[in-house]
Design a protein around this ligand. Structure first.
Ligand code: ADP
Length: 152
């Protein structure tokens, strides 16, 4: 049976930190589905199509990774594709506190388990919010985002 892990997020933008979590998850899962969550009440800096095309280009050579877009509950999306695991990344204890509540609630409502990977020390500081601020102020995202030119 194929083991599928769903890595959900807004990925606005998809950073080297996210990339590192996918690489780690590939060591455990047969397939990793990067799932871009679209929340209609949220404003994104980078258009959905650009975010999706950017992530797809990063894993173009890897048949074990695909990129999907979903709306609504992450666990419903997982059920719709027959995935039993959610993949999330942890940078610090703040991430842990936030992720723990979501993971426990997801477990309670669906039985879907979350699997966490710790980021590498050099990517601990990478945060999509700060990367967006750098870009909005005219700075380069290249240090934090692979092939950042595909987003602009
Ligand atoms: P969300 O809006 O769901 O928090 P994000 O796109 O911000 O989505 O993040 C998706 C996942 O990636 C989360 O589990 C988050 O903790 C993790 N993540 C974000 N930045 C990093 C990083 N630098 N290293 C490792 N994991 C990260």
């Amino acid at each position: 049976m194929t083991k599928v892990g769903v890595f959900p997020g807004s990925f606005d933008p998809f950073t080297k930190g996210h990339e590192c979590i996918v690489e780690k998850a590939l060591g455990l899962f047969d397939e990793v589905v990067i799932a871009i969550g679209q929340n209609t009440s949220k404003n994104y800096l980078f258009p959905l199509e650009k975010r999706k095309a950017h992530i797809e280009s990063l894993f173009a050579d890897n048949g074990q990774v695909r990129v999907e877009v979903f709306t609504g509950l992450t666990v419903k999306f997982c059920e719709s594709i027959g995935a039993k695991y959610i993949v999330r990344g942890l940078r610090d204890s703040k991430d842990f506190g936030y992720e723990r509540s979501i993971a426990q609630m997801n477990q309670e409502i669906s039985g879907i388990e979350s699997v966490f990977f710790m980021t590498v020390p050099e990517y601990t500081a990478i945060n999509s919010t700060i990367v967006r601020e750098i870009h909005k102020s005219g700075g380069s995202m290249e240090l934090f985002v692979t092939n950042a030119d595909l987003l602009v």
